[in-house]
Design a protein around this ligand. Structure first.
Ligand code: ATR
Length: 282
């Protein structure tokens, strides 16, 4: 990659950012398409967020990815918010052409799952009711899942998220319950999505949210946890003969969606995936 006077800049902002996998993934894509772009990362403290957005406009930066802790706060400084991002209430992508915010996390998960099965008309169980669950479940609703059941340790949080989704009028069948009842809901489920950190490095050998005995062969199991690549939940899925979807795919496709927003070009997904797996040492 040759950086020149004409090179366009896109970047990740967050706090911290130094362990991000996005720079190698996006730079591999720019290289592959011979685009005059570079992707870097800026550590921005919460007090500097507004200045960072104004500064980026002044510097003609083309796009940002936004990560923790700025995904919600940053919305105040944008001119436009994509409709689903507005419902989710968080933004992970900014296009400086129109100072518009998007959320590609949820669509990233949908594209990952849809490598294996469509979400349309499916019965879907989602574990967790935090930010990731919120992003994914609004997109499940948008892409016409038949029904969504949100299961969480703190049931009130699951109830609140379910109510928010119902209010969007994108879907009319959303339930919520305690995660301890996951086995009851899986009998009729087509897709299980884990958005909790259970099984995440360094606690990789914990009990999964559900074991193989609770799964069936036709189930698709997506784990948003990507470190380790094959989580304890995905190991159980494989044992049950169910189809695993790896968390790294969500990372890949949220990146591909952001790339497409900034550049208007189709993302070279294979090249981005190779860069990601190389970075992970897989
Ligand atoms: P994220 O942005 O990744 O979704 P988050 O907003 O902090 O992170 O949400 C984490 C989710 O994982 C929550 O739903 C949390 O459940 P509670 O609301 O009951 O805290 C869930 N979670 C975290 N640790 C968990 C555990 N050990 N077992 C089950 N659920 C867990």
């Amino acid at each position: 990659m040759e950086i020149k006077g004409s090179t366009n800049v896109v970047a990740l902002i967050g706090h911290p950012v130094e362990h991000s996998f996005s720079p190698p993934m996006h730079n591999a894509a720019f290289n592959d398409l011979k685009m005059d772009y570079v992707y870097t990362a800026f550590d921005v403290s919460p007090n500097d967020l507004e200045n960072a957005i104004k500064g980026a406009q002044a510097l003609s930066i083309k796009g940002f990815n936004v990560t923790i802790p700025h995904k919600i706060e940053v919305m105040k400084y944008l001119s436009e918010i994509d409709e689903v991002a507005g419902l989710i209430g968080a933004v992970n992508t900014i296009d400086f052409k129109n100072l518009k915010g998007y959320n590609t996390d949820g669509i990233g998960a949908i594209r990952a799952i849809e490598e294996v099965t469509k979400v349309k008309n499916k019965n879907i169980v989602i574990a967790g009711a935090g930010g990731a669950s919120r992003a994914i479940s609004f997109y499940l609703a948008k892409y016409s899942a038949d029904n969504i059941t949100i299961l969480n340790r703190n049931v009130e949080k699951a109830d609140n998220l379910a109510n928010d989704i119902l209010k969007s009028n994108l879907i009319d069948d959303v339930k919520s319950d305690t995660i301890s009842k996951v086995n009851d809901y899986l009998t009729d489920a087509d897709i299980l999505i884990n958005t909790t950190p259970v099984g995440m490095h360094p606690n990789v050998d914990v009990d999964p949210i559900v074991s193989a005995e609770g799964m069936h062969e036709d189930l698709v199991v997506f784990d948003a946890v990507y470190n380790p690549n094959e989580t304890v939940l995905l190991k159980e899925a494989i044992k049950a003969g169910a189809k695993p979807v790896y968390g790294i795919k969500m990372l890949l496709y949220q990146g591909a969606e952001s790339f497409e927003i900034w550049t208007g070009k189709k993302a070279p997904v294979d090249v981005m995936e190779n860069a990601l797996t190389r970075t992970f040492g897989l």
